[in-house]
Write a protein that binds this ligand. Structure first.
Ligand code: HEC
Length: 220
């Protein structure tokens, strides 16, 4: 037993040491394709993380962003930033009320996400047409109109990552199980009353049991 396992280990190591890179293998096997160059990857690698990693150099204030907003965003998001295509401002403090208004200001936990989103996807009719400075400026404008920063506060890779969004601490792990597994898990063939999956009898909705939201109602 020991001998054969040792032999296998040796064989595996030998295999690894003579391994050729995966991309070369793919090339050989399929006869097409090549490794993407760093320059090619750069074009796709545009995400900005909550801690600011990925944000490029550049800077802009809300005062500068106002003109950009009025030229490039107002048609869809309206002067009050509450247009039908996406509410960008307001609603702060409304999330736990009967009429929650989810906006960048009331809902989004990180200001860097605003930069990332506007940079990659807005204006909707011409995505990625704004310069880094313009995205910083218009992001600053959206934050300013939410009352989160001052009009003359310059946003850049450093300051944007340090903005504390009102709902930063409003997210939590959802502890709901996605299966109801209170039934027997082992050796249940005899005496098992119901299958492991699915809501308990009398509970028709999938969110009910764990949170109490609408739970316990019997289907009529
Ligand atoms: C042609 C219309 C149009 C223009 C112009 C436009 N947007 Fe949008 N915007 C949209 C639409 C549509 C959505 C929703 C997209 C979706 O949900 O996939 C959206 C969503 C957004 C969101 C996300 C809102 C949310 O809470 O989900 C932000 C932020 C945003 N836009 C910012 C901007 C900024 C800043 C500009 C100007 C630089 C801009 N938009 C220009 C149509 C537009």
């Amino acid at each position: 037993m020991f001998t054969s396992r040792a032999a296998l280990t040796v064989a595996l190591c030998a295999g690894l040491s003579s391994a050729i890179p995966a991309h070369a293998q793919a090339q050989e096997r399929f006869g097409f394709g090549r490794e993407a160059t760093a320059h090619e990857i750069e074009g796709w690698n545009i995400d900005a993380r909550p801690d600011g990693v990925g944000l490029p150099p550049g800077s802009g204030t809300a005062a500068q962003g106002r003109d950009i907003y009025n030229a490039r965003c107002v048609a869809c998001h309206a002067e009050d930033l509450n247009g039908p295509m996406g509410a960008l401002a307001g609603g702060i403090g409304s999330l736990a009320t009967e009429k929650p208004l989810r906006t960048v200001g009331s809902y989004w936990p990180y200001a860097t996400t605003l930069w990332d989103y506007v940079h990659r996807a807005m204006p909707f009719d011409a995505p990625q047409s704004l310069s880094a400075d313009e995205v910083y400026a218009v992001s600053a404008y959206v934050l300013f109109r939410n009352g989160i920063i001052k009009e003359d506060e310059a946003m850049n890779a450093d300051t944007l990552a340090r903005v504390k969004m009102p709902n930063r601490d409003g997210f939590y792990d959802d502890p709901r199980p996605d299966v109801f597994n209170t039934a027997c898990q082992r050796d249940c063939r005899q005496g098992a009353k119901r299958p492991v999956q699915g809501p308990p009898p009398g509970q028709s909705d999938t969110t009910g049991g764990a949170t109490g939201i609408g739970g316990g109602a019997s289907p009529q």
